[in-house]
Structure formats: C-alpha cells, structure tokens
Write a protein that binds this ligand. Structure first.
Ligand SMILES: Cc1cccc(C(=O)O)c1OC(=O)C1CC1
Ligand SMILES: [Zn+2]
Length: 319
C-alpha cells in the first residue's frame, strides 16, 4: 500500500514480545509492510485457504497481538532479521541482490505441517499442533526458506538427489548461522526446534550436530539412494550438515579430527561457494571442491580454515 512508515509491536508464536515491527500507515490502517528493507517486506494472511498471497495483514492499532497475528508477526520480523544478515554480512540486498521485495504468507492451508519457498514467496502452515505449531515461529525456519530464494538466484541447485540435498543443507546452514547471529543466547545446531513437537522438549526436525538422531545419515556410505522426497533431499542433507557442523564446531568423526573455525566463517565460506562455484548440477564431490576453493580464496590454501573444510568433508566420506 502507499502510506507512511510506522513502527509497531506484536506478540510472536511463542507468546514473546516482538518489537520493533516496521509497518505502513495508510488511511487509518497499519499494514505489515516494512519499507525500510530493500523494496519492502510484505506479510499476508491466507486465512487457512491455499490461494496466494492472500490479504496483506493490517489492523487499526499497530499492535499485532491477536492469535491470528502471531504467525504473521514472526514471519515479518524474522524475514527482516534474515534480510539484515545477508545485507550486513555480504552487502546482499534481498534474496536476488536487487532489493526485490520479500513476500510471506501465513495460515496457509489447514493444519499444514509445511513451510516452503514457492519460487516467488515464502509460505507457512500453522502445523497441526502436534507435529508443528505455526512454522514461522522459528527464526531458523524463516532463514531456511529465504535461503532457498538466495540459492535459486545463485547456484540454483536442482532440487533432487545430491544437488537437492546440497540445496537443503545450504538452507539449514544459513538457518543456523542467522540463528547464531540473531538469537545468540538460544542458538543451536538444531533445525526447527522452536516449532517442532510442542509436547516434546529437546527434539527438532533435524540436527546438524548429529543427523542420526532423526535417522538421517552423517556419512556418505549411508546415503539414501531411493526416490522418496526428490531422492532424499531432506535426508542426505545430513551428510553435508554434519560436515558444516564439524567445520564450525570441530570434532572427531569416523576417526577424522576437525579443528572448528566458528559459525561466522562457516557462513562466509558457504556463501562464497553458493555464489561463485556451485552450479545447478553440483554433486557432493563437486561441492567439496567448491567449498575448499571458497575457503582457499578467503583464507589461503594452507590455512586452518581450508584444512578444516578438507578434514570435515573427509570425515563424512566425501572426497
Ligand atoms: C517443514 C518442511 C517440509 C517440507 C519442506 C521444507 C523445506 O523448506 O525444505 C520444510 O521446511 C523446512 O525444512 C524448514 C527448516 C524447517
Ligand atoms: Zn528446505
């Protein structure tokens, strides 16, 4: 809408206070439209139907605190935080580098246990209340979805088999990096922990530190070779996620010891690989070469950072 910039507040999915919320005042209504980032961040309500984008969320108070508002508040606020990470760390203006507006829709479908980037926008279900609560309530989830958009604009890794698992792992990696940079006190190497199984504590949709906790492989010898889930893109991502975890935090895996280099450098190295070396058809072995080259460019071919990358990929059986 055309209007003036305003600053409101709200309540998130976990009943947390959210402020500031960048909104737009137009004709006496406040809209979830943030004009301060790129060409804008817009958050819509699908009203539990499946037509997109739905209706731009608004109210007359600029306080977004109703139960319907909560998923939208987090989608809006967390999209802004993810935008900020890419802009302040890499100078990247929105997912395509051109400031293209970020659109999110919440309350998609009925009890929908999914979140996705549809090629144009982010979409979040409410969850069924047992497997998931509203999925935009997790910062790592929002950053995961927005990173699919970044990947589509850069390497454009084909969403199946090994390239698809790389696509997934890159989204998990940046979901986690953004969480560490933005919510440092509650950051972890778990994915979706804030919105997964509300009745079970300590679990998550995936673990980068130990993918086997969710039955996903942490070594290439255990990769899934079937056709389910586009050839296991959310399963075989565990192999790359484990390598990423080792690069950042260090550890010994299958007898190979990695000296961790920290979460910031993990993000910087994978960002360069995704924007400079990976292509749509890259497989795991080619990804190793891409990430090694990115580390070498950034820190030197004999650096501790490049050594950590090599050892981490060796530890998960990718050569
Ligand atoms: C919950 C879900 C189902 C299907 C695909 C995705 C997808 O976006 O790949 C998905 O969202 C995630 O994986 C986010 C990280 C929690
Ligand atoms: Zn994904």
């Amino acid at each position: 809408v055309t209007g003036t910039n305003a600053v409101g507040s709200g309540t998130g999915v976990l009943n947390n206070a959210v402020s500031p919320l960048n909104t737009t005042l137009s004709s006496g209504k406040y809209y979830l439209q943030d004009n301060t980032r790129g060409q804008g961040i817009f958050t819509y309500n699908a009203n539990n139907k499946s037509s997109l984008p739905g209706t731009l969320m608004s109210n007359t108070t600029n306080a977004f605190t109703t139960s319907t508002d909560k998923a939208a508040v987090d989608a809006h606020f967390y999209a802004g935080k993810t935008y900020d990470y890419y802009k302040s760390t890499f100078g990247r203006n929105s997912y395509d580098g051109n400031g293209t507006s970020l659109k999110s829709t919440v309350h998609y479908g009925s009890k929908y246990n999914n979140a996705f980037w549809d090629g144009t926008q982010m979409v979040y279900g409410d969850g069924d209340g047992t497997t998931f609560i509203a999925l935009s309530g997790g910062l790592d989830v929002v950053a995961h979805e927005l990173t699919h958009a970044v990947t589509s604009s850069e390497s454009n890794l084909t969403y199946q088999n090994e390239s698809g698992a790389l696509n997934e792992a890159i989204s998990d990696i940046f979901g986690t990096v953004v969480e560490f940079k933005t919510q440092s006190s509650k950051a972890d190497y778990l994915i979706g922990e804030d919105i997964y199984t509300p009745n079970i504590s300590g679990d998550a949709l995936r673990s980068m530190a130990d993918p086997t906790l969710n039955g996903d492989p942490d070594h290439y010898s255990n990769r899934y070779t079937g056709s389910a889930d586009n050839g296991g893109v959310h399963t075989n991502s565990g192999i790359i996620n484990k390598a990423a975890y080792l690069i950042s935090a260090g550890g010994t895996h299958h007898g190979v010891t990695v000296s961790g280099i920290g979460i910031d450098k993990l993000g910087t190295i994978f960002y360069r690989a995704n924007t400079t070396y990976l292509t749509s058809s890259s497989n795991f072995s080619q990804a190793r070469a891409a990430v090694v080259q990115a580390a070498s460019d950034l820190y030197g071919s004999t650096s501790a950072e490049t050594t950590a990358v090599k050892n981490a990929f060796t530890a998960v059986g990718v050569n």
